[in-house]
Design a protein around this ligand. Structure first.
Ligand SMILES: NC(=O)c1ccc[n+]([C@@H]2O[C@H](COP(=O)([O-])OP(=O)(O)OC[C@H]3O[C@@H](n4cnc5c(N)ncnc54)[C@H](OP(=O)(O)O)[C@@H]3O)[C@@H](O)[C@H]2O)c1
Length: 163
């Protein structure tokens, strides 16, 4: 199964200057709970942006066109197809960004775990628009801001509609 996991602002923004939009510990906890024990797949720029890498207790996969690239703790693949060929049957894969990699996988994914942060951010990276004809919103869990999490947000789960 291919999952996408992403946090967006009101305009679909996901990042600025190769950083996340903001620091939301409750969302990071949610990310960790969903992805731990599974495989995560990311673009080379998102890998570069991780403060601590590889992300522990997960199989870390990175996509890069640089054939000489070697990363400690991650497997590097030259294309999305090559990465998918190396996924076992029954393996749960989480596409964790960034923009380029979401674009490559949004039509291949089965589920989207989306954190909608109810705010507008300066950004240079965006998530593709979710087409309501293709995706069914099956769960919404609101979260109210608190002393550690400066924005209200909603955890939303989308499942691909059957054709
Ligand atoms: N809000 C969120 O949930 C979230 C999550 C993750 C990331 N982000 C943000 O997203 C931004 C980064 O996104 P981005 O689009 O700039 O970078 P990205 O998608 O993380 O990585 C792009 C890189 O992936 C490789 N790549 C792309 N297409 C490829 C293909 N077809 N075949 C092989 N390799 C390919 C290339 O690496 P090489 O240059 O090495 O060839 C390319 O430079 C940052 O601001 C980050 O903080 C946000």
């Amino acid at each position: 199964m291919i999952h996408i996991i992403v946090a967006i602002g009101n305009q679909g923004e996901i990042g600025y200057k190769n950083q996340l939009l903001c620091h939301l510990p409750a969302d990071l906890k949610h990310f960790k709970e969903l992805t731990t024990g599974h495989t995560i797949l990311m673009g080379r720029k998102t890998w570069d942006s991780l403060p601590k890498k590889p992300l522990p207790n997960r199989r870390n996969l990175v996509i890069s066109r640089n054939k000489d690239l070697q990363l400690e703790g991650a497997e590097v693949f030259a294309s999305p197809e090559e990465a998918l060929k190396n996924i076992g049957i029954g393996e749960e894969v989480f596409i964790i960004g960034g923009e380029q990699i979401y674009q490559l996988f949004v039509n291949k994914a089965d589920k989207i775990h989306l954190t909608h942060i109810l705010a507008d951010f300066e950004a240079d990276a965006f998530f593709p628009k979710i087409n309501p004809e293709e995706w069914y919103l099956c769960e919404e869990v609101p979260f109210e801001k608190d002393e550690k999490n400066p924005y209200n947000f909603i955890f939303q789960t989308f499942i691909r509609k059957q054709k």
